[in-house]
Design a protein around this ligand. Structure first.
Ligand code: GLU
Ligand code: ZN
Length: 509
């Protein structure tokens, strides 16, 4: 392994759904690798057995795949590298970089309080006691007493951390398990990582990483598994880049509980990965030419530079992302649109039985559907009336435009009569003309007259343009549905709503 071409890594901990912030971190790493002919390494930081779950690991892999960012190398798993961390711990111990500490949190707090020290943190109590390892003692790293540790950050410049504010931090738990920071640094060295690109939340940890890295360098820790071998050298410190935090509308850090942050949920709602990646690219970066916010991953690769990344928080704007997704959907060819809709049209995602689906019918409607959806998950409800025996009635729509409208029956009856005469000329244009005449006969605007017809036929108040929908549905089914709806309205009843959606049909309550 050489340092000539960059080696970047994405190092998620599998503790939950794949967070949009993680996806943005993965993307910026991936872009650096693609831009420079480097290597994009995936490392699963799964040493915390209590918080990690295998399904979250699968979630990371499948989300990266969905986004088109499969790793070039890995996934490495920290849980399989524990021996290596112990090797590093032993080497650091032998070199005197660590000391054993048996203090409890309460003891440290009490001592600090007695000494009038208000800042939390370890007071150095055991540093010079020479306690042996083991017996449940944690191992702390000896930090310098004065000076500063500087994090040279491509995005923020030099960030200085005074050593006086840094305590002797725990590198190994009392149980003997390495802490995150130790495993992280050993891996970055072993994997010859040249660029550490990660979220701003990790910036406070970075001075510790640097001190550990330097301590390992002093004892001749090498990437090939040897320690202190003649002539071997630890690679130089990596380039650091801490990406700006993502915030919500209230400019607060995105909350796992309150904000929609799971990448999986965007995939499931029918966002296009191309649109999603495009939007992620705008979270802290924008193309240098400032021409358009719509660009491909290939264009981003061509334009991306880490030092153009902004350090101020980036607003994760779901409305903007959704709007952008709509633009991507409308830009597809009809064939491509039909293709990306496929997962929503069969199997569990579809509200009709598979055998009821007719691709020719869907394709005929596709151009007008494509204009009207912002996410693919909206597609089934737009076309289900074509594939279900009876429409899925929206109880509220029925209550308002049928039960709650005295004119509904007249409109339905007039439509039945004039549509029946059109059977040989069943086109959107002639249906349009016939409906206009119906509207005039009841002295209503076309839009108002359409409502009962639309609900009778599609079950809903919104959907594809009515006359195209009727044309595709055909005269038989259209007339059957109109007659059935008229019968219900005349009897003051409602269609057979699914039991769990039985409406309150009190007119205009
Ligand atoms: N596993 C760490 C986390 O997910 C990230 C470590 C890193 O990128 O250095 O927060
Ligand atoms: Zn102690």
């Amino acid at each position: 392994m050489t340092h000539n071409s960059p080696r970047v890594r994405f190092a998620p901990s599998p503790t939950g759904y794949f967070h949009v912030g993680s996806a943005r971190t993965a993307l910026f790493n991936w872009l650096v690798a693609r831009r420079t002919g480097g290597t994009f390494v995936l490392r699963i930081e799964d040493t915390d057995a209590e918080r990690n779950r295998e399904e979250w690991v699968d979630g990371i892999l499948s989300a990266l795949h969905w986004l088109g960012m499969d790793p070039d190398e890995g996934p490495y798993r920290q849980s399989l590298r524990i021996d290596r961390y112990h090797q590093a711990i032993d080497a650091l111990w032998d070199a005197g970089a660590l000391f054993a500490c048996g203090c409890t949190h309460d003891e440290v707090t009490a001592r600090n309080k007695a000494a009038g020290i208000l800042t939390p943190g370890y007071d150095g109590h055991c540093r010079s006691l020479g306690l042996p390892r083991g017996e449940g003692r944690a191992l702390r790293f000896i930090t310098p007493d004065d000076g500063v540790t500087t994090v040279p950050d491509v995005i923020r410049g030099d960030v200085e951390f005074p050593c006086s504010a840094m305590d002797d931090f725990v590198a190994v738990k009392g149980s003997g398990a390495p802490l995150f920071v130790l495993a992280n640094v050993v891996d970055d060295i072993d994997m010859a990582i040249s660029h550490v690109i990660r979220g701003e939340d990790l910036l406070p940890t970075t001075p510790r990483c640097i001190l550990l890295w330097e301590a390992l360098a002093r004892i001749g820790w090498t990437t090939d598994g040897t320690v202190g071998a003649a002539g071997a050298a630890t690679p130089p410190l990596p380039v650091f880049a801490h990406l700006p935090m993502l915030v919500n509308e209230a400019r607060k850090k995105l909350s796992k509980r309150k904000d929609p942050v799971a990448v999986e949920s965007y995939r499931d709602k029918g966002f296009l990965p191309e649109a999603f990646v495009n939007y992620l690219g705008l979270l802290g970066w924008s193309p240098p030419n400032d021409e358009s916010e719509i660009f491909t991953a290939a264009q981003m690769t061509e334009w991306f530079a880490l030092d153009d990344v902004n350090h101020s928080p980036a607003f994760f704007d779901v409305a903007k992302l959704t709007h952008m997704n709509g633009e991507y959907i409308r830009a597809l060819s009809v064939d491509a649109f039909v293709e990306v809709c496929r997962p929503w049209l069969t199997g569990d995602a579809a509200p009709w039985p598979d055998e009821a689906f007719d691709e020719g019918v869907f394709t005929a409607m596709a151009p007008v559907i494509q204009e009207r959806v912002t996410v693919l998950g909206e597609v089934p409800a737009m076309v289900d009336f074509l594939f279900l025996d009876t429409p899925e009635f929206d109880p509220e729509a029925w209550a308002k435009a049928m039960a709650g409208d005295d004119g509904a029956l007249g409109i339905l009856e007039a439509a039945i009569e004039s549509y029946a005469a059109l059977a040989d000329d069943w086109t959107a244009a002639s249906l349009h003309a016939a409906t206009l005449a119906v509207a005039e006969s009841v002295e209503r605007k076309l839009g108002k007259a359409q409502a009962p017809i639309r609900i009778a036929v599609t079950g809903r108040r919104v959907g594809p343009p009515l006359f195209e929908a009727l044309e595709v549905l055909g005269p038989d089914r259209t007339l059957t549905r109109l007659r059935s709806a008229a019968k219900f309205v005349a009897a003051g009843g409602t269609p057979d709503f699914a039991p769990d959606v039985t409406p309150d049909v009190t007119p205009d309550a």
